[in-house]
Design a protein around this ligand. Structure first.
Ligand SMILES: [Zn+2]
Ligand SMILES: [Zn+2]
Ligand SMILES: [Zn+2]
Length: 386
Protein backbone atom coordinates (compact mmCIF):
# COMPACT_ATOMS: atom_id res chain seq x y z
CA UNK A 1 0.00 0.00 0.00
CA UNK A 2 1.45 3.37 -0.98
CA UNK A 3 1.78 6.07 1.62
CA UNK A 4 -1.05 8.15 0.10
CA UNK A 5 -3.49 5.29 -0.05
CA UNK A 6 -2.53 4.32 3.51
CA UNK A 7 -3.45 7.83 4.67
CA UNK A 8 -6.70 7.82 2.70
CA UNK A 9 -7.53 4.43 4.17
CA UNK A 10 -6.74 5.65 7.69
CA UNK A 11 -8.97 8.73 7.28
CA UNK A 12 -11.78 6.69 5.78
CA UNK A 13 -11.55 4.15 8.58
CA UNK A 14 -11.47 6.86 11.26
CA UNK A 15 -14.66 8.36 9.78
CA UNK A 16 -16.29 4.97 9.65
CA UNK A 17 -15.39 4.36 13.31
CA UNK A 18 -16.79 7.75 14.28
CA UNK A 19 -20.08 6.94 12.53
CA UNK A 20 -20.26 3.60 14.33
CA UNK A 21 -19.33 4.94 17.78
CA UNK A 22 -21.19 8.24 17.56
CA UNK A 23 -23.86 7.88 14.85
CA UNK A 24 -25.43 11.10 13.59
CA UNK A 25 -29.17 11.65 13.85
CA UNK A 26 -29.51 10.67 10.16
CA UNK A 27 -27.79 7.34 10.81
CA UNK A 28 -30.03 6.71 13.81
CA UNK A 29 -33.21 7.42 11.89
CA UNK A 30 -31.99 5.30 8.97
CA UNK A 31 -31.41 2.41 11.38
CA UNK A 32 -27.65 2.28 10.67
CA UNK A 33 -26.60 1.69 14.25
CA UNK A 34 -25.18 -1.28 16.09
CA UNK A 35 -28.37 -1.53 18.19
CA UNK A 36 -30.54 -1.63 15.12
CA UNK A 37 -28.46 -4.09 13.10
CA UNK A 38 -28.38 -6.56 16.00
CA UNK A 39 -31.88 -5.76 17.26
CA UNK A 40 -33.04 -9.38 17.07
CA UNK A 41 -30.41 -10.55 19.56
CA UNK A 42 -30.93 -7.62 21.94
CA UNK A 43 -34.52 -8.38 22.83
CA UNK A 44 -37.28 -5.81 22.84
CA UNK A 45 -36.62 -2.60 24.73
CA UNK A 46 -40.35 -2.05 25.07
CA UNK A 47 -40.84 -5.37 26.86
CA UNK A 48 -37.62 -6.01 28.76
CA UNK A 49 -36.02 -2.60 29.07
CA UNK A 50 -33.25 -3.46 31.52
CA UNK A 51 -32.22 -6.75 29.88
CA UNK A 52 -32.20 -5.02 26.49
CA UNK A 53 -29.80 -2.36 27.74
CA UNK A 54 -27.55 -4.89 29.46
CA UNK A 55 -27.13 -6.70 26.13
CA UNK A 56 -26.95 -3.49 24.11
CA UNK A 57 -24.18 -1.90 26.18
CA UNK A 58 -22.21 -5.16 26.14
CA UNK A 59 -22.61 -5.45 22.38
CA UNK A 60 -21.47 -1.86 21.85
CA UNK A 61 -18.39 -2.54 23.93
CA UNK A 62 -17.68 -5.67 21.90
CA UNK A 63 -18.16 -4.09 18.46
CA UNK A 64 -16.23 -0.93 19.32
CA UNK A 65 -13.34 -2.85 20.84
CA UNK A 66 -12.92 -4.77 17.57
CA UNK A 67 -12.43 -1.64 15.47
CA UNK A 68 -8.65 -1.18 16.03
CA UNK A 69 -7.98 -4.88 15.36
CA UNK A 70 -10.00 -4.81 12.14
CA UNK A 71 -8.02 -1.78 10.99
CA UNK A 72 -4.69 -3.48 11.57
CA UNK A 73 -5.90 -6.69 9.95
CA UNK A 74 -7.08 -4.90 6.78
CA UNK A 75 -3.98 -2.75 6.69
CA UNK A 76 -1.62 -5.70 6.79
CA UNK A 77 -3.68 -7.68 4.31
CA UNK A 78 -3.31 -4.83 1.84
CA UNK A 79 0.34 -4.42 2.67
CA UNK A 80 1.14 -8.09 2.17
CA UNK A 81 -0.85 -8.28 -1.04
CA UNK A 82 1.05 -5.42 -2.60
CA UNK A 83 4.53 -6.29 -1.41
CA UNK A 84 5.95 -9.51 -2.75
CA UNK A 85 9.24 -8.47 -1.30
CA UNK A 86 8.73 -10.12 2.06
CA UNK A 87 11.84 -8.63 3.55
CA UNK A 88 10.27 -5.16 3.37
CA UNK A 89 6.99 -6.19 4.92
CA UNK A 90 8.77 -8.08 7.63
CA UNK A 91 10.49 -4.83 8.65
CA UNK A 92 7.10 -3.37 9.51
CA UNK A 93 5.71 -6.58 10.86
CA UNK A 94 8.52 -7.17 13.21
CA UNK A 95 9.11 -3.65 14.42
CA UNK A 96 8.93 -4.06 18.21
CA UNK A 97 7.43 -0.61 18.88
CA UNK A 98 4.62 -1.18 16.37
CA UNK A 99 3.89 -4.43 18.09
CA UNK A 100 4.04 -3.08 21.60
CA UNK A 101 1.87 -0.01 21.08
CA UNK A 102 -0.47 -0.93 18.23
CA UNK A 103 -0.88 -4.55 17.38
CA UNK A 104 -0.76 -6.08 20.83
CA UNK A 105 -3.30 -3.72 22.50
CA UNK A 106 -5.57 -3.93 19.45
CA UNK A 107 -5.64 -7.73 19.74
CA UNK A 108 -5.77 -7.84 23.54
CA UNK A 109 -8.65 -5.36 23.85
CA UNK A 110 -11.39 -7.48 22.24
CA UNK A 111 -10.02 -10.49 24.10
CA UNK A 112 -10.44 -8.73 27.43
CA UNK A 113 -13.89 -7.50 26.47
CA UNK A 114 -15.02 -11.00 25.47
CA UNK A 115 -13.72 -12.38 28.77
CA UNK A 116 -15.53 -9.63 30.72
CA UNK A 117 -18.81 -10.14 28.86
CA UNK A 118 -18.56 -13.89 29.41
CA UNK A 119 -18.08 -13.31 33.13
CA UNK A 120 -20.96 -10.77 33.32
CA UNK A 121 -23.37 -13.00 31.43
CA UNK A 122 -23.10 -15.96 33.79
CA UNK A 123 -26.17 -16.63 35.98
CA UNK A 124 -28.33 -14.61 33.62
CA UNK A 125 -26.20 -11.46 33.74
CA UNK A 126 -26.10 -11.37 37.51
CA UNK A 127 -22.49 -10.13 37.46
CA UNK A 128 -23.10 -7.36 34.95
CA UNK A 129 -22.30 -3.87 36.32
CA UNK A 130 -25.85 -2.72 35.53
CA UNK A 131 -27.29 -5.64 37.49
CA UNK A 132 -24.89 -4.81 40.32
CA UNK A 133 -26.12 -1.23 40.21
CA UNK A 134 -29.74 -2.40 40.41
CA UNK A 135 -29.09 -4.64 43.39
CA UNK A 136 -28.39 -1.49 45.42
CA UNK A 137 -32.07 -0.62 45.17
CA UNK A 138 -33.02 -4.00 46.63
CA UNK A 139 -32.91 -3.57 50.39
CA UNK A 140 -34.75 -5.47 53.08
CA UNK A 141 -37.15 -2.58 53.63
CA UNK A 142 -37.79 -2.18 49.90
CA UNK A 143 -40.37 -4.22 48.08
CA UNK A 144 -37.62 -5.64 45.84
CA UNK A 145 -35.87 -8.83 46.82
CA UNK A 146 -33.05 -8.82 44.24
CA UNK A 147 -31.91 -7.03 41.06
CA UNK A 148 -34.38 -8.95 38.92
CA UNK A 149 -37.27 -7.61 40.96
CA UNK A 150 -35.94 -4.07 40.50
CA UNK A 151 -35.51 -4.72 36.77
CA UNK A 152 -39.03 -6.14 36.51
CA UNK A 153 -40.41 -2.99 38.14
CA UNK A 154 -38.50 -0.74 35.73
CA UNK A 155 -39.57 -2.86 32.74
CA UNK A 156 -43.15 -2.72 33.90
CA UNK A 157 -43.14 1.06 34.26
CA UNK A 158 -41.38 1.50 30.89
CA UNK A 159 -44.18 -0.44 29.20
CA UNK A 160 -46.74 2.15 30.32
CA UNK A 161 -47.80 5.09 28.21
CA UNK A 162 -47.12 7.65 30.91
CA UNK A 163 -43.33 7.42 30.59
CA UNK A 164 -41.42 10.38 29.18
CA UNK A 165 -38.49 9.70 26.85
CA UNK A 166 -36.31 12.64 25.83
CA UNK A 167 -33.45 12.23 23.39
CA UNK A 168 -30.38 14.14 24.58
CA UNK A 169 -28.16 13.36 21.58
CA UNK A 170 -27.87 10.50 19.04
CA UNK A 171 -26.51 8.08 21.65
CA UNK A 172 -28.19 9.19 24.86
CA UNK A 173 -31.72 9.45 26.13
CA UNK A 174 -33.33 10.21 29.43
CA UNK A 175 -36.22 7.96 30.35
CA UNK A 176 -38.55 8.97 33.16
CA UNK A 177 -41.18 6.63 34.49
CA UNK A 178 -43.41 6.85 37.51
CA UNK A 179 -40.61 6.01 39.95
CA UNK A 180 -37.36 5.99 37.98
CA UNK A 181 -35.07 8.37 36.16
CA UNK A 182 -32.75 6.59 33.72
CA UNK A 183 -30.08 7.91 31.40
CA UNK A 184 -29.05 5.56 28.59
CA UNK A 185 -25.73 5.93 26.80
CA UNK A 186 -23.43 3.76 24.69
CA UNK A 187 -21.82 1.64 27.39
CA UNK A 188 -23.84 2.35 30.48
CA UNK A 189 -27.20 3.25 31.91
CA UNK A 190 -27.54 5.43 35.01
CA UNK A 191 -30.50 4.78 37.24
CA UNK A 192 -32.00 6.82 40.06
CA UNK A 193 -35.16 6.26 42.00
CA UNK A 194 -37.39 9.30 42.03
CA UNK A 195 -38.45 9.28 45.68
CA UNK A 196 -34.87 9.31 46.90
CA UNK A 197 -33.32 11.70 44.42
CA UNK A 198 -33.03 15.45 44.09
CA UNK A 199 -32.70 17.10 40.72
CA UNK A 200 -30.96 20.43 40.23
CA UNK A 201 -30.85 22.43 36.99
CA UNK A 202 -27.41 24.00 37.42
CA UNK A 203 -26.36 25.31 34.01
CA UNK A 204 -27.82 26.40 30.72
CA UNK A 205 -26.21 27.26 27.41
CA UNK A 206 -27.62 28.80 24.27
CA UNK A 207 -26.58 28.16 20.67
CA UNK A 208 -27.56 29.85 17.44
CA UNK A 209 -29.14 27.52 14.97
CA UNK A 210 -29.48 29.96 12.12
CA UNK A 211 -27.49 32.91 10.79
CA UNK A 212 -29.93 35.63 11.78
CA UNK A 213 -29.40 34.80 15.48
CA UNK A 214 -33.13 34.94 16.10
CA UNK A 215 -33.48 31.21 16.28
CA UNK A 216 -31.58 29.87 19.22
CA UNK A 217 -31.65 26.57 21.00
CA UNK A 218 -31.10 26.40 24.72
CA UNK A 219 -29.89 23.40 26.67
CA UNK A 220 -30.31 22.83 30.38
CA UNK A 221 -27.96 20.67 32.41
CA UNK A 222 -29.61 18.89 35.29
CA UNK A 223 -27.77 17.02 38.03
CA UNK A 224 -29.57 13.91 39.25
CA UNK A 225 -28.40 13.47 42.82
CA UNK A 226 -29.45 10.29 44.63
CA UNK A 227 -29.71 10.74 48.39
CA UNK A 228 -28.08 7.37 49.03
CA UNK A 229 -24.32 7.55 48.67
CA UNK A 230 -23.88 4.12 47.11
CA UNK A 231 -25.84 5.22 44.05
CA UNK A 232 -23.90 7.27 41.58
CA UNK A 233 -24.84 10.83 40.70
CA UNK A 234 -25.20 11.69 37.02
CA UNK A 235 -26.21 14.61 34.89
CA UNK A 236 -28.55 15.01 31.96
CA UNK A 237 -28.56 17.71 29.30
CA UNK A 238 -31.82 18.42 27.53
CA UNK A 239 -33.26 20.99 25.20
CA UNK A 240 -34.96 23.62 27.35
CA UNK A 241 -38.18 23.03 25.39
CA UNK A 242 -38.41 19.61 27.05
CA UNK A 243 -37.91 20.93 30.57
CA UNK A 244 -41.61 21.25 31.36
CA UNK A 245 -42.35 17.81 29.98
CA UNK A 246 -39.67 16.38 32.27
CA UNK A 247 -40.81 18.40 35.27
CA UNK A 248 -44.38 17.14 34.80
CA UNK A 249 -43.19 13.53 35.02
CA UNK A 250 -40.95 14.09 38.05
CA UNK A 251 -42.82 13.74 41.32
CA UNK A 252 -40.87 16.49 43.07
CA UNK A 253 -39.86 19.97 42.01
CA UNK A 254 -36.64 20.28 39.99
CA UNK A 255 -34.55 22.95 41.72
CA UNK A 256 -33.54 25.64 39.24
CA UNK A 257 -30.43 27.55 40.33
CA UNK A 258 -30.57 31.31 39.87
CA UNK A 259 -27.81 31.10 37.26
CA UNK A 260 -30.17 29.22 34.94
CA UNK A 261 -32.36 31.57 32.95
CA UNK A 262 -34.84 30.11 30.54
CA UNK A 263 -34.80 32.00 27.28
CA UNK A 264 -38.07 32.84 25.74
CA UNK A 265 -38.48 32.15 22.07
CA UNK A 266 -39.08 34.91 19.53
CA UNK A 267 -42.67 33.76 19.26
CA UNK A 268 -43.27 33.82 23.01
CA UNK A 269 -41.87 37.34 23.19
CA UNK A 270 -44.07 38.42 20.30
CA UNK A 271 -47.17 36.98 21.99
CA UNK A 272 -46.39 39.13 25.07
CA UNK A 273 -46.03 42.32 23.04
CA UNK A 274 -49.20 41.49 21.14
CA UNK A 275 -51.13 40.97 24.37
CA UNK A 276 -49.86 44.28 25.75
CA UNK A 277 -51.19 46.11 22.73
CA UNK A 278 -54.55 44.32 22.79
CA UNK A 279 -54.95 45.20 26.47
CA UNK A 280 -54.83 48.88 25.45
CA UNK A 281 -57.47 48.48 22.73
CA UNK A 282 -61.16 49.09 23.44
CA UNK A 283 -62.99 46.01 24.64
CA UNK A 284 -65.86 44.46 22.72
CA UNK A 285 -69.16 44.46 24.62
CA UNK A 286 -71.00 41.27 23.95
CA UNK A 287 -74.74 41.84 23.44
CA UNK A 288 -75.78 38.30 24.16
CA UNK A 289 -73.88 36.28 26.75
CA UNK A 290 -75.32 33.02 25.46
CA UNK A 291 -73.03 33.28 22.42
CA UNK A 292 -70.08 32.72 24.72
CA UNK A 293 -71.80 30.23 26.98
CA UNK A 294 -72.76 28.03 24.06
CA UNK A 295 -69.52 28.39 22.18
CA UNK A 296 -66.82 25.77 22.06
CA UNK A 297 -63.26 26.19 23.22
CA UNK A 298 -60.78 28.10 21.07
CA UNK A 299 -60.75 26.63 17.55
CA UNK A 300 -56.96 26.45 17.44
CA UNK A 301 -55.77 25.17 20.81
CA UNK A 302 -59.07 23.54 21.85
CA UNK A 303 -58.21 24.39 25.43
CA UNK A 304 -58.67 28.04 26.32
CA UNK A 305 -62.00 29.82 26.12
CA UNK A 306 -62.35 32.23 23.18
CA UNK A 307 -61.74 35.70 24.57
CA UNK A 308 -61.22 38.02 21.61
CA UNK A 309 -63.22 39.49 18.76
CA UNK A 310 -61.81 41.09 15.63
CA UNK A 311 -63.50 44.45 15.40
CA UNK A 312 -62.28 47.30 13.24
CA UNK A 313 -60.94 50.17 15.35
CA UNK A 314 -58.07 51.51 13.32
CA UNK A 315 -58.24 54.63 11.20
CA UNK A 316 -57.35 53.97 7.59
CA UNK A 317 -54.01 55.71 7.73
CA UNK A 318 -50.40 54.51 7.73
CA UNK A 319 -47.66 55.39 10.26
CA UNK A 320 -47.15 58.87 8.82
CA UNK A 321 -50.85 59.74 8.58
CA UNK A 322 -51.30 59.08 4.85
CA UNK A 323 -54.70 57.68 3.90
CA UNK A 324 -54.48 54.05 2.86
CA UNK A 325 -55.85 52.78 -0.42
CA UNK A 326 -58.85 50.47 -0.39
CA UNK A 327 -56.64 47.43 -0.92
CA UNK A 328 -54.61 48.18 2.22
CA UNK A 329 -57.42 49.04 4.61
CA UNK A 330 -58.60 46.77 7.38
CA UNK A 331 -61.99 45.20 6.88
CA UNK A 332 -64.76 44.29 9.24
CA UNK A 333 -65.00 40.72 10.43
CA UNK A 334 -68.38 39.39 11.46
CA UNK A 335 -67.17 36.13 12.93
CA UNK A 336 -68.22 35.41 16.50
CA UNK A 337 -65.44 35.13 19.10
CA UNK A 338 -63.71 31.83 18.27
CA UNK A 339 -60.09 32.24 19.30
CA UNK A 340 -58.07 32.86 22.39
CA UNK A 341 -55.58 35.71 22.46
CA UNK A 342 -52.55 33.38 22.41
CA UNK A 343 -53.71 31.63 19.25
CA UNK A 344 -54.57 34.88 17.46
CA UNK A 345 -51.11 36.25 18.32
CA UNK A 346 -49.46 33.07 17.01
CA UNK A 347 -51.60 33.08 13.88
CA UNK A 348 -50.69 36.73 13.32
CA UNK A 349 -46.97 35.96 13.73
CA UNK A 350 -47.17 32.97 11.39
CA UNK A 351 -48.55 35.15 8.57
CA UNK A 352 -45.66 37.63 8.73
CA UNK A 353 -42.38 37.80 6.89
CA UNK A 354 -40.00 35.84 9.13
CA UNK A 355 -37.04 38.03 8.20
CA UNK A 356 -38.69 41.29 9.31
CA UNK A 357 -39.52 40.51 12.89
CA UNK A 358 -39.08 44.07 14.10
CA UNK A 359 -42.07 45.32 12.09
CA UNK A 360 -44.50 42.47 12.75
CA UNK A 361 -46.72 44.47 15.04
CA UNK A 362 -47.29 47.14 12.39
CA UNK A 363 -48.30 44.57 9.77
CA UNK A 364 -51.69 43.13 8.93
CA UNK A 365 -53.15 39.68 8.79
CA UNK A 366 -56.40 38.08 7.71
CA UNK A 367 -59.08 36.48 9.87
CA UNK A 368 -58.59 32.70 9.78
CA UNK A 369 -62.31 32.21 9.03
CA UNK A 370 -63.59 35.03 6.82
CA UNK A 371 -60.24 36.36 5.59
CA UNK A 372 -61.09 39.94 6.56
CA UNK A 373 -57.91 41.98 6.87
CA UNK A 374 -57.13 43.20 10.40
CA UNK A 375 -54.31 44.75 12.40
CA UNK A 376 -53.37 44.47 16.07
CA UNK A 377 -55.49 47.55 16.87
CA UNK A 378 -58.57 45.64 15.73
CA UNK A 379 -58.14 42.79 18.18
CA UNK A 380 -60.40 43.32 21.18
CA UNK A 381 -60.92 41.44 24.39
CA UNK A 382 -64.49 40.34 24.75
CA UNK A 383 -66.37 41.73 27.73
CA UNK A 384 -69.47 39.89 28.78
CA UNK A 385 -72.55 41.70 29.99
CA UNK A 386 -73.03 41.52 33.74
ZN1 LIG B 1 -56.40 29.12 21.59
ZN1 LIG C 1 -63.61 36.89 10.49
ZN1 LIG D 1 -56.80 47.66 11.38
Amino acid sequence: MSQESAIVFAIFYALLCFCIVYPSTEFVSAGLTVDHVFSSTLGSEAITFVQHHIRRTSLNLMVHSLLPAIYIRVYYMQFDAENDDTSESSVVNSHPLVWAFLVLPAVLLPGLVVAAIYYWSRNQWQNHPIARQLVKFARPDDPFSDWRAVAANINDEFRRDDKVVIRMNPISRVVTTENWVIKTSSYWINIARQGETTMVAYKSDTHDVSQDAFETVQYVNIAVIPLRKEIKEFSIRINALHFRELQDRINSQITVLSSVKFHRSVLERFVDVFKDQVAQNPTYQLEDNSIMENSDNCFACMQARPNIKICKNCLDVDEVGQTLSEAQRCQSCNCRPMWCIECVAKWFASRQDQSERESWLQQKCTCPMCRARFCVLDVCYVQQRQ
